[in-house]
Design a protein around this ligand. Structure first.
Ligand code: AMP
Ligand code: GLY
Length: 423
């Protein structure tokens, strides 16, 4: 089969690595890709939102399957466009990707189908939101309804902060049209776990659990980022938690989407909070997490293309999804100053080491080639990933491998997976 992956980050690099290994793959393409992806796939300079160009490219290259990695094209309806042109695509259609594309939609869905989540209200009017806040309990959480690069969530400790938050989201439109509507929800406490799953419209099969580290600095300080590192599995995701989630969260979500006429095919990412009252949904995403995919997919024993096809064909019930009984840790190497301002174009050295070692991976996120030389081209540059027999070994291996790579403004967190010590 000829496969095309859409996206340009570390997630798409790991997806391409899996696709390259599949016995079903003849030729692998990626748009727009990055310098690391270009080592395993043929990349073309087409943006992920250039639907017409992607469709023409897919026809021209006789693509049998498109895998859409990123949220924006999914929410924008790329899968629908490809299908309309007769091209098979893995990922939810627009009417199902709304599960991630609108937080107000997903909260209403959870309420209607009794799926555990934080109490909330939706607002389309800033004045009403402000009135509601006058009698609310703090801290409280404000969320822009639409996609906001993972930055549209504000945790407010008091009324003043919350009023500023409403202004930021709904009046100043800091997150653009994502802030036309807003969710105000109860603040929850507990451990966060990410669970990714394959879904074929009816059947859901969950992957091994993971945990992300969203803040820029050690000890969960600093600004929110796209994710500074992950580990998998989460020791806090016990068998009991899994059983509860299967019964009250995972299958009910898939059934709810089907009942709404929005059958979901692709990956549902459950962002969970393990609260004292039990697991609750923080958010849904309609795709693999980044950098969750970097620790989950290398541990998957199945052929990714076979699983993707089963999701499209509605035969996921026949797939025996299996993961290695080990662990993986991913430490993101970022450019100093991320997520605000940082220099790009800086030469990266030491990448050849990863070709020599089994169980170590260097997934590229923001890199490009300057002649023959890899240089930085983004905030998150590389996702250094290693496996180990257990989490502690995987963490030690991943941090050892971060030393193999040098670039001038290299920045990373030093406490990825520290929570493991408390388990
Ligand atoms: P989200 O994009 O919805 O996952 O939110 C980003 C981050 O904000 C989450 O990973 C949590 O750390 C935090 N968060 C979101 N909603 C809540 C909530 N209701 N209570 C506490 N923290 C939250
Ligand atoms: N790592 C969080 C996300 O992909 O949304």
């Amino acid at each position: 089969m000829n496969i095309l992956v859409v996206g340009s980050g570390g997630r798409e690099h790991v997806i391409c690595s899996c696709a390259a290994k599949s016995k079903k793959t003849d030729k692998l393409y990626c748009v727009p890709g990055n310098a690391g992806i270009a080592q395993v796939a043929e990349c073309a300079p087409i943006g992920a939102m250039e639907f017409d160009k992607i469709t023409v490219f897919a026809k021209e290259k006789e693509i049998d399957l498109v895998i859409v990695g990123m949220d924006d094209p999914l929410v924008g309806g790329l899968v629908d466009e490809l299908e309309a042109a007769g091209i098979r695509a893995f990922g939810p259609r627009k009417n199902a990707a709304i599960l991630e594309g609108s937080k107000a939609f997903s909260k209403d869905l959870m309420k209607k189908y009794h799926i555990p989540t934080a109490a909330y209200e939706n607002f389309t009017d800033a004045k009403e939101a402000l009135e509601y806040l006058e009698t609310a309990k703090f801290p409280i959480v404000l969320k822009a309804d639409g996609l906001a690069l993972g930055k549209g969530v504000l945790i407010c400790n008091n009324l003043e902060e919350a009023k500023d938050g409403v202004k930021t989201i709904m009046m100043d439109k800091k997150f653009g049209s994502a802030g036309n509507e807003m969710v105000i929800e109860e603040f929850m406490t507990g451990r966060e776990v990410s669970v990714l799953s394959f879904v074929d419209g009816t059947t859901i099969k969950t992957m091994t659990s993971a945990q992300d580290h969203k803040r820029a600095g050690d000890g969960d300080t600093g600004l929110n980022t796209g994710g500074m590192g992950t580990f998998s599995p989460s020791p806090f995701y016990t068998k009991e938690v899994d059983e509860f989630c299967k019964k009250y969260i995972y299958q009910p979500t898939v059934d709810a989407m089907k009942a709404e006429g929005r059958a979901f095919k692709g990956v549902i990412f459950f962002g969970l909070m393990l609260t004292e009252e039990g697991p609750k949904v923080l958010e849904y995403n309609a795709r693999f997490g980044d950098p969750e995919a970097q620790v989950v997919l290398p541990r998957m024993k199945n052929d990714l293309i076979e699983v993707a096809e089963a999701c499209i064909d509605g035969t996921l019930d026949q797939v025996d999804l299996q993961f290695e009984d080990n662990a993986a840790v991913c430490v993101v190497l970022a450019s100093e100053g991320y997520p605000v301002a940082y220099e790009k174009g800086i030469p990266i050295y030491g990448l050849e080491e990863f070709d020599k070692q089994e169980g170590y991976y260097c997934f590229h996120a923001g890199t490009k080639l300057d002649g023959e030389q890899f240089v930085t081209s983004g905030g998150r540059v590389l996702g250094i990933t290693a496996k180990g027999a257990d989490l502690k070994e995987a963490r030690a291996n991943a941090y050892a491998a971060t030393e193999w790579v040098q670039f001038e403004n290299k920045y990373m967190r030093h406490d990825i997976g520290k929570a493991i010590d408390e388990a």
